[in-house]
Design a protein around this ligand. Structure first.
Ligand SMILES: Nc1ncnc2c1ncn2[C@@H]1O[C@H](COP(=O)(O)OP(=O)(O)OP(=O)(O)O)[C@@H](O)[C@H]1O
Ligand SMILES: [Mg+2]
Length: 391
């Protein structure tokens, strides 16, 4: 595992958790965002106290079960203190978990912000609304930000740690509020709602809508038109909140943790993300290099030993032969071990070099080794968390 670049990394992570109100954990797909978000939350509960919420977007039921919860949902749930004790820790603070339920969050949003109950019911019953909110990836990004904003402004938690969804591009998440606001004032939207708004246009557009309906399914365009017309009644609220979500992200009390693994793909994405965050003047709290190979692979002594092992394989094999071991086979095994060792050494060195190239500025780069055991319970999450504080 590469040494943290900054000798004060562990204090920096502690300082980060102590000083921020929102931490957004981001990075390429599958690098360990959800695991790191949970680990940061659990460590806050054991090291700092206060009330911390991990808002995850990952329907990884396994993690829910691991944390002693039947299932995650929009309802925030506290992880039982006894689980910390079982794992050999003491919780000085409270760890809460919630999973983003896109559909329920959209419904809440409509219920809370529709101008009247008639509009509310019409939107909730609209077929297109039900389709979009359930399946539209970008609706997921946007609602995650909405929910973060709602929870943060409620003041219920000292710290909210947000796990971001495995989007194709992690920036989609950041840009979601702005894009939603743009969309509401877009031409496309005006064009779509025109037939529903105006009888005259409606008549003129009729041949077109009839053809479109036949091609796209009955009432398709009518549904679209009605949906956006209804949705427009929420326009002011949406724009206002999108702007205030942007302000929360840019606030000094918000920070981003970028997770990566040492492979060139995820590291490349981390590099891009770090540059984009810096460009947007957003605060970078830490870079977490996950699933690193152990330090032992990059020490000079180890490389020499591997070389000697390969060179002296025949001689070494002789010393063990006769005890039910065939010297030739033993020699082959030793050479294979030495070769594999070199492969790992090369990988470890490449990983360390990749991390060196990340534009982390002053943010600490913290390495987490590849853990042998799968992370299946709070104990595993806490073990991962402890790695963030090990120098
Ligand atoms: N340091 C580690 N050592 C070993 N396994 C790990 C480590 N960190 C994470 N994992 C495992 O890697 C897998 C992916 O982790 P996780 O779900 O946290 O990634 P993610 O970035 O949230 O993925 P996605 O982008 O799909 O949401 C999980 O099975 C997790 O248990
Ligand atoms: Mg995840």
């Amino acid at each position: 595992m590469a040494k943290p670049r900054n000798a004060e990394s562990s204090q920096s992570i502690e300082r980060l958790l102590a000083s921020k109100e929102v931490i957004v954990v981001t990075g390429s797909g599958g690098v360990g965002k959800t695991s790191v978000a949970a680990a940061l939350g659990a460590s806050t509960a054991t090291r700092l106290g206060g009330k911390v919420l991990v808002l995850t977007v990952d329907p990884a039921r396994r993690l829910a079960t691991a944390l002693g919860l039947e299932a995650f949902g929009n309802v925030e749930r506290q992880v039982d203190e006894s689980l910390f004790v079982e794992a050999g820790f003491e919780a000085v603070g409270e760890l809460w978990i919630a999973m983003l339920d896109t559909k329920a969050s959209w419904d809440d949003l409509i219920v809370n912000h529709a101008p009247d109950s008639k509009t509310r019911d019409a939107i909730l019953a609209n077929k297109l609304y039900r389709n979009i909110t359930g399946r539209f990836v970008q609706s997921h990004d946007y609602i995650a930000m909405e929910r973060l904003h709602e929870i943060h402004t409620s003041g219920r938690y000292d710290l909210v740690i947000v796990d971001t969804p495995p989007t194709r591009n992690a920036l989609d998440f950041l840009d979601a509020p702005e894009r939603m606001a743009d969309f509401f004032s877009s031409r496309l939207l005006r064009w779509l709602i025109a037939p529903a708004r105006s009888k005259i246009v409606n008549r003129a557009a009729k041949p077109f809508t009839m053809v479109a309906d036949r091609l796209l399914g009955a009432k398709f365009l009518t549904d679209i038109g009605e949906f956006f017309l209804l949705f427009q009644t929420l326009y002011d609220g949406f724009v206002e909140r999108a702007q205030s979500v942007q302000r929360t992200l840019a606030d000094q009390r918000t920070s981003f943790v970028v997770v990566t693994t040492p492979e060139p793909g995820p590291a490349g994405e981390a590099k891009f993300l770090l540059a984009e965050l810096a460009k947007r003047d957003l605060s970078i709290g830490a870079v977490v290099a996950n699933r690193m190979l152990p330090d032992a692979f990059v020490t000079r002594g180890a490389a020499t030993s591997a070389k000697k092992l390969r060179g002296g394989a025949a001689e070494l094999a002789e010393t063990v032969s006769g005890r039910g071991i065939d010297a030739d086979i033993a020699e082959g095994v030793l050479r294979e071990i030495a070769d594999r060792y070199d492969d790992f050494r090369l990988l470890a060195a490449q990983g360390a070099a990749v991390l060196e190239g990340l534009p982390a500025d002053d943010a600490p780069v913290v390495g987490i080794p590849y853990l042998e055991d799968e992370i299946v319970n709070l104990s595993g999450v806490l073990e991962l968390g402890e790695q963030l504080f090990t120098l």
